[in-house]
Design a protein around this ligand. Sequence first.
Ligand SMILES: *[C@@H]1O[C@H](CO)[C@@H](O)[C@H](O)[C@H]1NC(C)=O
Ligand SMILES: *[C@@H]1O[C@H](CO)[C@@H](O)[C@H](O)[C@H]1NC(C)=O
Ligand SMILES: *[C@@H]1O[C@H](CO)[C@@H](O)[C@H](O)[C@H]1NC(C)=O
Ligand SMILES: *[C@@H]1O[C@H](CO)[C@@H](O)[C@H](O)[C@H]1NC(C)=O
Length: 467
Amino acid sequence: MFSVVLSLLLFAQHGVQGAQQCRLQLNKLNSGGGGVASSTPLGASASTGTATATASASASASATPLAPFQYGTTPIRGVNLGGWFVLEPWITPSIFNNTNNDGIVDLYTFGQLQDSATATSVLENHWSTWITESDFIAIAAAGLTHVRIPFGFWSVPLTSADTNGSTSVAPYTSGAWPYLLTALNWAQQTGLYVILDLHGAPGSQNGFDNSGQRTSTPEWFNNPANISRTVDTLVYIAKNIGGLIDIIEMLNEPAAFDDETTYPGILRQFWQDGYTAIRTIDGTNYVMLGDGFLGVDSWAGFLTYPSAQDVLMDYHEYQIFSVPELERTFDEHINFTCSSMADLTNFAKNNIYTIVGEWSTAVTDCALWLNGRGVGARWDGTYNYTPNTPLGTCDGWTGSYTTFSSSYMTFLRQYWEVQVMMGENVQGWIFWTWKAENADDWSYQKGLEGGWIPQDPSNRLYPDICS
Ligand SMILES: *[C@@H]1O[C@H](CO)[C@@H](O)[C@H](O)[C@H]1NC(C)=O
Ligand SMILES: *[C@@H]1O[C@H](CO)[C@@H](O)[C@H](O)[C@H]1NC(C)=O
Ligand SMILES: *[C@@H]1O[C@H](CO)[C@@H](O)[C@H](O)[C@H]1NC(C)=O
Ligand SMILES: *[C@@H]1O[C@H](CO)[C@@H](O)[C@H](O)[C@H]1NC(C)=O
């Protein structure tokens, strides 16, 4: 046990030294670094549970720190490890279905509406099987450089020394931390850089099931205790595992549009406070914020050099969550992507490094439960909205790619390429998502297998697609 913690700690320190060497981009204040990863060990929780055996085995296998990633020069090419630590009904419908309780629609209700022993055993099985070392090997073999790992606050084992608020995560199920440590270890061994993405905050930052809690009354923006606990969570991450990850993403998709008079200011303050807190602990991690659905231009001049350094912007693009977007033809989807590029490129050039941190080749909302467990699709009119204008059936659009037509697969390749181009016009891209139980239109793994995603991500069949 002890040696596991020790070798992970060594990783942490090597990782930090590696990161310090990479302070050579523009946008630097100084390379003082200051923040050698705290001497705090990785946490008692790292030495319990089945994950430790794996961590131990892999930890002793290799301790080679990665060379610093050349942000701004080398494009980030990556995949999200969606549905692993933050489950979503559409990514793993079987896990939700198997509860035999229609009220279990997210991780919050997963913990709330069944006994905790059941929740824990189902989740531990999922954490140890959904993504394994062979996935990291396959991701690296596909020429990708980064994994973005969505993570919930409920998985971060704060103690009372780490927060002035409550340390309770109820009704969420804790216990994923050692599995994350194992994952960070696999990433290092396979040469993949990690973006750790805080995807779920206390109170929910957007009310989406992927924040952990599907609710029409998300509390995070209105609740200072939720916000300060979120900052404490980021500090814990920077302190304990900062040396094992490259980029700390402070919060995924906060829904600042829900109240356009007060939320943008609250979010701005949170980004500032989170950035400052992380920098106080550890000067070496890159820090990422998101546009809060306000458009990147809302953040012009914010956290730019020299008042801040090593900050990135995460922009997400989907074109399927409204009827007008679904109505676009294949050509119009591609054209829309082409026409989005200039703005993003200008923002990145004039402000901070920018990535397209979520996007996919899905062109319908047909994946089962994509809009929430028990909710239908706008595409086929099974989503309950007015006016209900179905565009067709869902047959052949999602599920197994063996049902996809060749013209659809040709489009998937074109749509993949044009979005890769959008990402590589700025500092890179992260596809959503590596795998899904039964939605191949969203799966990088299935795209490789089915041939619409090339094994070499620099390969282009349509280099002039926007011309
Ligand atoms: C849910 O489980 C039932 C049987 O237990 C099965 O008939 C049904 O197809 C499953 N649905 C999904 C979405 O997995
Ligand atoms: C708790 O509050 C004290 C006093 O305001 C402050 O100094 C300290 O930094 C806080 N600690 C955390 C972990 O938020
Ligand atoms: C977040 O805010 C909610 C709503 O006010 C509150 O009930 C909950 O305890 C807070 N959660 C945490 C972890 O602080
Ligand atoms: C492509 O997008 C531009 C800008 O939005 C628009 O003016 C043009 O009509 C579009 N062309 C097609 C073929 O959709």
